[in-house]
Design a binder for this molecule. Structure first.
Ligand code: TPP
Length: 368
């Protein structure tokens, strides 16, 4: 059955990809200096921004490569692409301290790369190899790495929320200064757990940030067909939790808001919600194509005109920090790093059968 869904024009629908690729004139020195000053005020500088772009490229290529391998049948289990959603991952995670905790979900590849995760460990995990960040026992939906403060993920929609609330409660009981961030989807807010978690976070004053990645789709169901508000975060008003709705396709927007939110949550030990409006370019997983059944090709092409990497690329060129050739070199290097990681993962061994129960059950002898 074909379902016709109306896409809300919350971004200006300029369908001119070629036009967007055109390099506008570079900005003047006066404006460049003003930009620099404002970036420095929010803790960014030229080197850091270029580094972020390099990592965003790796996140994009690693995910595209994984998606391709998934369709060729090389990946056991599932693969949920985060292509299109990188600015949200990078904007939020850049605002955190290394000691802060992250709880991710089955669409967590970009979260891991944004946190400085190893591409080799990620590709190994996706292929179920012993060199993976979960020793090959999790797969693509479980890109967890304690060394990066990524403590949990789940293939169960909304399940990361109560775990994150538990972690935040632990942080509070231990009087730590950490902030806990949990990434969830728009569809996940339809689970009762969402309200329970927002309510408990509020009445217990927990240092938690719930990031709702509103990519409009829960598999094939559009947000408008599932809830009466287009912005699922508004459901938290009744729980007395502050809400920020941001353009999740723009790294700088997400980062600026996240910085404020992280500061607020750390200082007050109160929860906060960030709803990032972003787009999933690919299908949910293998069951659905990117377009053609529940959304049109035009809509998906329109999403791409707002591409977070394209915007970052134009920004770097406009600032006069990199030229087209230097950008192409960064792209080449990112692709090479991904290809090498995939080769590494392909050659790596599977976990030993004797490992089947290790890291599965808690060792209660740990100090509580
Ligand atoms: C409890 C539960 N119900 C249903 C599913 C099947 N399922 C997997 S992903 C998904 C959609 C979730 O959409 P959303 O929260 O918007 O996140 P997105 O996939 O868009 O990132 C559903 C229904 C599941 N995994 N777990």
């Amino acid at each position: 059955m074909k379902v016709k869904v109306r896409e809300k024009a919350d971004f200006i629908p300029i369908y001119l990809p070629e036009e967007l690729k055109r390099i506008p004139e570079k900005i003047s020195d006066v404006w460049r200096n003003r930009f620099m000053e404002s970036f420095e005020r929010i803790g960014l500088n030229k080197d850091r921004i270029i580094k972020i772009y390099e990592r965003m490229l790796i996140a994009r290529y690693a995910d595209m490569k994984g998606y391709e391998m998934f369709f060729k049948g090389e990946i056991p289990g599932y693969f949920h692409s985060s292509v299109g959603q990188e600015a949200t991952a990078f904007g939020v995670i850049e605002a955190l301290d290394p000691e802060d905790y992250i709880v991710t979900n089955y669409r967590g590849h970009a979260h891991y790369i944004a946190r400085g995760g190893s591409v080799e460990k990620m590709m190994s995990e996706i292929l179920g190899k012993a060199t993976g960040c979960c020793k090959g026992k999790g797969g693509s939906m479980y890109i967890i790495d304690f060394s990066k403060g990524i403590l949990y993920s789940s293939g169960i929609v909304s399940a990361p929320l109560p775990v994150a609330v538990g972690i935040a409660l632990g942080v509070k009981i231990k009087k730590e200064q950490r902030v806990v961030v949990v990434f969830t989807g728009d569809g996940a807010t339809n689970e009762g757990e969402f309200h329970e978690c927002v309510n408990l976070s509020s009445i217990w004053n927990l240092p938690i940030i719930i990031v709702i990645e509103n990519n409009r789709w829960a598999i094939t169901s559009h947000v408008e067909r599932m809830m009466s508000s287009y912005n699922p975060s508004l459901r938290a008003i009744g729980h007395n939790v502050p809400i920020y709705i941001v353009d999740g396709m723009d790294f700088f927007e997400v980062y600026k808001v996240s910085r404020k939110v992280v500061e607020y949550v750390r200082e007050t030990s109160r929860p906060c919600i960030i709803e990032a409006l972003n787009q999933r370019y690919h299908g949910h997983t293998r069951v659905d194509p990117a377009y053609g059944i529940y959304r049109s090709r035009e809509v998906v092409e329109w999403y791409k005109t707002n591409d977070p990497l394209l915007k970052m690329r134009l920004f770097l060129i406009n600032m006069g920090w990199l030229d087209e050739d230097e950008i192409s070199e960064l792209e080449r290097r990112a692709k090479e790093e991904v290809e090498k990681a995939v080769e590494f993962a392909r050659k790596a061994p599977y976990p030993e059968l004797s490992e089947v129960y290790t890291d599965v059950y808690t060792d209660y002898s740990v100090e509580l």
